[in-house]
Write a protein that binds this ligand. Sequence first.
Ligand SMILES: O=C(O)CCC(=O)C(=O)O
Ligand SMILES: [Fe+2]
Length: 276
Amino acid sequence: MPTDTFDSPEFLDPTEVALDDEFRRRGRVTQSAEEPGALECIRRHTARLAAEHLGVEAPDREPELPAWLESLGERVAPADLNALRLHVFRGLNAESWLRPAVYRLARRSLAVLVGNELAMQRRVNLSIQLPNDDSSLLPLHADCWSGDSPYEIVLWVPLVDVAGTQSMFLLPPEAHARFAEGMAEAGSVEDLFDSVESEVEFLQLDFGQVLLFNQNLAHGNRINRTPRTRWSLNVRFKGAFTPYADKKLGEFFEPITLRTMSRIGLEHRLPDGFRE
Ligand SMILES: O=C(O)CCC(=O)C(=O)O
Ligand SMILES: [Fe+2]
């Protein structure tokens, strides 16, 4: 579908056009969490679950809480990290308030960039990257290369300040377009990364900010060479009625904001006799 024929900025207001432009140009937008209280609640609960797994008490306020999260490497060996991550992941996702709280961190921007009838991933992912740990890396990839549809956006939420290799990297759209042309000739994923290393951007975010990025662009992480552990959440959203790839509605995604007329339309059955 030639999408340029549908480019009708006169139907959007200027702030929407500006957000749209920035996302197109950079493949991402960073913003303050729309509900900071929800973010603090998510972080406190994350720390509480981690402390429970370790059999210790977690501090529950600034500045001890972020320092405790960042220094996890002093308390957990890489071999034990996955058990801790799973405990926290399960504990977070067992809370019915979690997904609405995560959604509310960026609901206005999601409405502009994706739409107001959304499907959301059923589980919120948790990533923990210990300093100098090479055992839980996500090498360069685009989600749409492995079962995600190109209609998905990722909401990425750091639970501590992140910068450099403690964070994730993203290849901006222009560089990605050049990279995608030559990709078929490249060898390993590591070769692919080497070919774009000078162009990828490691995203710097403070706690309190959230990121929305285009997962069709190459991204991933590297060994965290900072002394601080990274904690982040990520979750996918798409227009509920846009095409699905391997990650299906009902299994991986769930509609969260269907509007009345869509529900009426979905439930509607023509009277018998109109079917022939
Ligand atoms: O958190 C990361 O380092 C990578 C995240 C990622 O690949 C994603 O959310 O799609
Ligand atoms: Fe990804």
